[in-house]
Design a protein around this ligand. Structure first.
Ligand code: NAD
Length: 486
C-alpha cells in the first residue's frame, strides 16, 4: 500500500518479529471493497505456523529489548507512535473507509481515536503502581503490577483502529508483547499500524500482526499454550469458543461482545437535544457498532412527537459509497446484508416501518447497501427488539411508566450501553443504578467515545473492561511481596 505520506507495507504479508514475512502457506485471501464489491488487494492467509512464529517473536521481545524498557520508555514510544498516527490520519482514514465501507468522516474519527488511545496509554504507563499493605509486625508487604507476558488480540472488522488502540495500546503500555489477528474482512489499518509502530521505534516482536481466517489463525491464537492473556472483540458465538479455549489453558480473557442497547426517552426529556443522539447512535457505521442504540424506548407522552422527529431525520438519510462521505455507507459484506434483510422480513403484528432513508442513484451496483429503517410499534419481546441486527435498523418501543421502561431495557440477554433522557435527577440516579449495563449515559449517549471511560459489558455483552485505566489493570497481573525482617 503506498500513500502520499509514504506507508508502503505489502498487504499480502504478516508482520512478525519486526519483519514483513510471507505466510508459511504462501496463500492469500481477497479483500473486498464493500462500497462496490471490487477486490482491493490480497491479504496473507496466516495459519497456525505463522501464529506460532508470532508468539515466539513476542516471547523473544519480552526476554530482550522490549522487556527491558522502563515504564517511562514505553510511554515515550507509545506517545511517539500516537503522534505518527496523527500525521498519517488522512491516509489511514482513506484506507479504513475503503476497507470497512464507513463514510470518510467516521473513518477519520477512528484514526484520531487510535492516536488518542496511544497518547492516553503513553501517558498512563508510569502512573500505574502497586501499594504497600500494613501487615504483621516485622513484615513489609507491597504489590507489583507486572505484564501477563504474550497477549493475543482478536479484532473484528467494524472498528479496527479504535479496537486496536484500546486493546493493543493498553497491553503494550503494561509491557506485554502482543499478537494481533485482525478480521479477514478488514485488516489494512492493522498492517498500517504495524508499519507506523515499527517506524516509531517499537522494538521488534513487541507487536506482531497475522491476518487470516478466524477458524485458522484466530483459533490457533486462542488455543496456543504460550499465550498468557486473550482479548477478544466480536460475536457472542465466537466469544464462547474463545472463552472455552482460554479455559483449556487457564488464561484470563476479556470478551467485548454484542449489544441491544436502549435509549429511554421520558416525557420530560429535551427532545431537541435527544434527537441527534437517538438517530446517530443507530445509523453510525451503518449500525454495525457494538454499542449501537438499536432500541429506542419512548414514553407515551412524547412517543408520537419524537417518532415524527426521527422519521424526518431518517427520510433525509443518504446511503452511498464510503468515499462519498454521506450519512451511511454499505454493510461490510453480502452476508451481512442478507442477515439484516432477513430481519426486515420479520416485521409483523403492529410493527411497521415508519421511515426509511435512500440509496443515492450513483451507488455502485456491487456495493452492499441497505436502506436504513425506523420501525415503530415493536413489542419488547419480539426478535427485532431482542436480537442484535447489526445494520441501520432501529426499533421503537412505547412505554407508560418508569418501572415498565426499566423492565424493557433490562429485558434482553445483553448489557453493554444504555441512555436515559429525563430532567428528573432522582430518576436519573435510580435508573443509572438499576440498568443492567456496562455504561450508562444521562442526557447524552456515548459521551463522544471517551478513551478514558472504562467500557465493557454484562450478560451476553461480555466481561472485563477495556479503555481508561481499568484496561491497564486488566492487562497486568498483581504480585504480592511479603518480606519478613523482624
Ligand atoms: P466475529 O466473532 O465473527 O469475528 C470477530 C473476530 O473473530 C474476527 O477477527 C474473526 O476472524 C475472529 N474469529 C472468527 N472465528 C474465530 C474462531 N473460531 N476462533 C478465533 N477467532 C475467530 O464477529 P464479527 O461478525 O466479525 O463482528 C461483529 C460482532 O462483534 C458483533 O456481535 C458486535 O457487536 C461485536 N463487536 C463488539 C464490540 C465491543 O466492544 N463489545 C466491538 C465491535 C464489535
Amino acid at each position: 500500500m503506498s500513500g502520499d505520506s509514504g506507508l508502503n507495507f505489502d498487504p499480502g504479508l504478516c508482520f512478525i518479529g519486526g519483519k514483513w514475512v510471507e505466510p508459511v502457506s504462501g496463500e492469500t485471501l481477497a479483500l473486498e471493497n464493500p462500497s462496490d464489491g471490487s477486490i482491493i488487494c490480497r491479504i496473507a492467509r496466516g495459519g497456525a505456523e505463522d501464529i506460532g512464529k508470532a508468539i515466539g517473536a513476542a516471547r523473544a521481545a519480552l526476554a530482550g529489548e522490549w522487556g527491558a524498557k522502563s515504564a517511562v520508555e514505553r510511554g515515550r514510544i507509545l506517545t511517539r507512535i500516537g503522534q505518527a498516527v496523527l500525521s498519517h490520519a488522512d491516509e489511514l482514514a482513506q484506507m479504513e473507509a475503503k476497507d470497512v465501507g464507513k463514510p470518510l468522516k467516521q473513518a477519520k474519527a477512528d484514526a484520531l481515536a487510535l492516536a488518542r488511545y496511544l497518547e492516553f496509554y503513553g501517558g498512563a504507563c508510569d502512573k500505574i503502581h502497586g501499594e504497600t499493605i500494613p501487615y504483621l509486625d516485622g513484615y513489609t508487604v507491597y504489590t507489583l503490577r507486572e505484564p501477563h507476558g504474550v497477549t493475543g488480540h482478536i479484532v473484528p472488522w467494524n472498528y479496527p483502529m479504535q479496537i486496536i488502540g484500546r486493546s493493543v495500546g493498553a497491553a503494550l503500555a503494561m509491557g506485554n508483547a502482543a499478537v494481533l489477528k485482525p478480521a479477514e474482512e478488514a485488516c489494512l489499518t492493522a498492517l498500517a499500524f504495524a508499519e507506523i509502530a515499527d517506524r516509531g521505534g517499537l522494538p521488534a516482536g513487541a507487536l506482531n500482526v497475522v491476518p487470516g481466517l478466524g477458524e485458522e489463525a484466530g483459533a490457533a491464537l486462542t488455543s496456543h499454550p504460550d499465550v498468557n492473556h486473550l482479548s477478544f472483540t466480536g460475536s457472542v458465538g465466537v466469544g464462547t469458543l474463545v472463552q472455552a479455549a482460554a479455559a483449556d489453558n487457564i488464561v484470563p480473557v476479556t470478551l467485548e461482545l454484542g449489544g441491544k442497547s436502549p435509549q429511554i426517552v421520558f416525557d420530560d426529556a429535551d427532545l431537541g437535544a435527544a434527537l441527534p443522539f437517538v438517530v446517530n447512535a443507530g445509523i453510525q457505521n451503518a449500525g454495525q457498532t457494538c454499542s449501537a442504540s438499536s432500541r429506542i424506548l419512548m414514553q407515551s407522552g412524547v412517543h408520537d412527537r419524537l417518532l415524527a422527529m426521527m422519521a424526518e431525520k431518517y427520510e433525509a438519510l443518504e446511503v452511498g459509497p464510503a468515499l462519498s462521505d454521506l450519512n451511511v455507507g454499505p454493510l461490510i459484506s453480502a452476508r451481512q446484508k442478507q442477515i439484516v434483510s432477513g430481519f426486515l422480513e420479520r416485521i409483523e403484528g403492529n410493527a411497521k416501518i415508519v421511515a426509511r432513508g435512500k440509496v443515492v442513484a450513483d451507488a455502485p451496483e456491487g456495493g452492499h447497501y441497505v436502506v436504513p429503517a425506523l420501525i415503530g410499534g415493536v413489542e419488547a419481546g419480539h426478535v427485532l427488539a431482542q436480537d442484535e441486527i447489526f445494520g441501520p435498523v432501529q426499533v421503537v418501543i412505547r412505554f407508560e411508566t418508569e418501572e415498565e421502561a426499566l423492565a424493557i431495557a433490562n429485558g434482553t440477554d445483553y448489557g453493554l450501553v444504555a441512555g436515559i433522557w429525563t430532567k428528573d435527577g432522582a430518576r436519573q440516579m435510580r435508573l443509572a443504578k438499576a440498568l443492567k449495563s456496562g455504561q450508562v449515559f444521562i442526557n447524552n449517549y456515548g459521551a463522544g467515545g471517551g478513551v478514558e471511560l472504562p467500557f465493557g459489558g454484562v450478560g451476553k455483552s461480555g466481561h472485563g473492561r477495556e479503555k481508561g485505566f481499568e484496561a491497564l489493570y486488566g492487562f497486568s497481573v498483581l504480585k504480592t511481596v511479603a518480606a519478613y525482617h523482624g
